[in-house]
Design a protein around this ligand. Structure first.
Ligand code: ADP
Ligand code: MG
Length: 314
């Protein structure tokens, strides 16, 4: 299989959208944005050996490469529309490619996203996706709007993916539900839409809650107190960890792909009642005028994390 056979194999499955005037096959794609809307663009690369364990299936790699990008759009409150795919492969293996595309296009179909272009090269496995979406003019959720007194919220549960990664690294306990959270994250798309006009700031939790909430704090010029025993945990995580052991995973583990957001206390009832695709939000703390993120235990004493989160060049 040559480069153009590879591209043809990908292009056949690209999907369809009426707002794509020109997709794969020309020098660039031509896309039509609905009037009154703004374009929201994000890109993320997954590298073998850095972003997924070597035993990850091609289908899971395809799914996750797209899911992490859609999670960024969810954190902006954006409707996903189009993607491009930069694929670097060590060899042209059609079985590998078809499995990869199965996972990728499963995720794409769930959100009616169309593949409109990309690039294909040879080298160590890397998958780069650029995702484009739209929001009504001025409606994007940003990181810089948190105000002292706002509530801090997080969707779903935290720590599952980090537990799965830790189990894989230690060669110990395997739990299918936890591993699923690592390999097949579900971007909180519908929750992101619902938060437009409601959240004062929003971020997706990809590198650890404390680190990502820290980004909101820094650009908003505020801090936050987070209640340790308020962090939402799945039944699978509670089963897989000793009491107290989950907190480090929940505060500083990565790959959660939940939304962490702030909102005025007046929106509390409304947000507490939201349920999107079976996902709810938990209130986990409060925004403070004092900068820095503090984690408080039930008795009010400070809990000190081992590290805030993941950073590539540390
Ligand atoms: P160029 O040399 O102009 O960059 P390419 O030969 O790289 O063109 O690509 C030809 C067409 O195939 C372009 O429309 C490009 O967007 C598309 N394409 C290439 N690789 C991919 C890919 N991995 N996924 C989707 N589209 C791709
Ligand atoms: Mg090219």
């Amino acid at each position: 299989m040559g480069e153009f056979d590879l591209i043809g194999r990908i292009a056949r499955r690209a999907g369809h959208r009426d707002d794509v005037r020109l997709g794969i096959g020309d020098d660039a794609a031509v896309l039509r944005l609905a009037s009154g809307h703004e374009l929201v663009v994000t890109t993320d690369v997954l590298n073998a050996g850095v972003h997924f364990p070597p035993d990850t299936t091609p289908g899971d790699i395809g799914w996750k490469a797209l899911a992490v990008n859609l999670s960024d759009l969810a954190a902006m409150g954006a409707q996903p529309l189009w993607i491009t795919l930069s694929l670097t492969l060590p060899q042209a293996d059609d079985a590998w490619l078809d499995d990869f595309l199965d996972g990728l296009f499963d995720m794409a179909a769930q959100h009616a996203v169309m593949l409109v272009g990309g690039d294909t090269t040879r080298g160590p496995l890397a998958v780069g996706i650029t995702a484009m979406g739209s929001v009504p003019h001025g409606a994007a959720l940003r990181r810089d709007g948190a105000r002292p007194g706002d509530d801090v919220w997080v969707t779903g549960t935290l720590g599952d993916a980090a537990a799965a990664l830790q189990h894989w690294q230690s060669g110990g306990h395997r739990d299918v539900a936890l591993r699923q959270r690592l390999d097949r994250p579900q971007p909180r798309m519908a929750f992101g839409f619902a938060l437009r006009g409601l959240a004062s700031a929003c971020i997706d939790v990809s590198d650890g809650l404390l680190q990502d909430l820290g980004h909101i704090g820094r650009v908003s010029g505020v801090g936050a107190d987070v209640w340790l025993d308020g962090l939402p945990a799945s039944a699978a995580l509670l089963r897989a960890t000793m009491p107290g052991q989950r907190y480090a995973l929940q505060c500083s583990g990565g790959d959660d792909y939940e939304l962490c957001f702030t909102a005025a206390a007046g929106a509390r009832e409304h947000i507490a009642g939201l349920s999107k695709d079976g996902v709810r939000a938990a209130r986990i703390g409060v925004v403070t005028a004092a900068t820095g993120i503090r984690v408080l235990q039930a008795d009010g004493s400070l809990w000190v994390p081992g590290r805030a989160g993941y950073s590539h060049f540390d």
